[in-house]
Design a protein around this ligand. Structure first.
Ligand code: COA
Length: 172
């Protein structure tokens, strides 16, 4: 049996949310090394540059010694092969994620059968969460406390040119 030592957790991470971070922490316990791979994904018109997303992720993951943050261009499986990774980790939030994730996992397997995709269920607290939702709340002046790791908040509001809101704002 081959041991799975290196895993890749890919995404846009624009920005990293608490849901992503939960997956990162749990996956980092399963593998010797976890590479968080930031995809440029220009189709999404990102708020943060790739360099900024990497810097934020590095700050957020500073206490996780076996987590490395990188970016990649081109096919994910090619990047995984270059890094000697055996596994792609993806988070599943709800049934609505399933079709798209299945399609990606099967495509990646077709492209590179040696690499296995594994799915981790997102913590129930974060099933509704996405980077877009976090950006929208912040853009409209709401508090994203608890929705993103603490270190992300100042970056987000600074980038949007807004002051960090009063923590009580969302509680009515
Ligand atoms: N908690 C909170 N939010 C989560 C989450 C979690 N656990 N898991 C996913 N999300 C959110 C993401 O923030 C993202 O939100 P957004 O649309 O508002 O940005 C959304 O769910 C979709 O996430 P995901 O499906 O992981 O898409 P992505 O854009 O973050 O990443 C890549 C997609 C990069 C993994 C994929 O496009 C890829 O592999 N590209 C490389 C090219 C390639 O190899 N293509 C062939 C593969 S088929």
């Amino acid at each position: 049996m081959t041991e799975c030592r290196i895993a890749i957790y890919p995404g846009s991470f624009d920005p990293v949310t608490s849901g992503h971070y939960d997956i990162i922490v749990r996956a980092s316990r399963l593998f010797e090394k976890l590479i968080v791979a930031v995809a440029p994904n220009p189709a999404k018109q990102p708020l943060f540059t790739v360099e900024e997303r990497i810097a934020i992720l590095q700050e957020v993951c500073a206490s996780l010694p076996n987590v490395q943050v990188e970016t990649f261009e081109g096919l994910l499986v090619d990047f995984a092969m270059k890094r000697g990774a055996q596994v792609i980790v993806k988070g599943l939030r709800a049934v609505s994620d399933f079709d798209y994730e299945l399609q990606m996992a099967l495509t990646n397997r077709r492209l590179c059968p040696q690499i296995e995709t594994i799915f981790m269920m997102t913590n129930s607290e974060y099933v509704f969460l996405s980077s877009s939702m976090v950006k929208e709340i912040a853009r409209l002046g709401g508090s994203v406390q608890g929705l993103v790791p603490k270190a992300v908040e100042p970056h987000l509001y600074r980038k949007l040119g807004r002051a960090v809101p009063n923590r009580e704002t969302n509680r009515g």
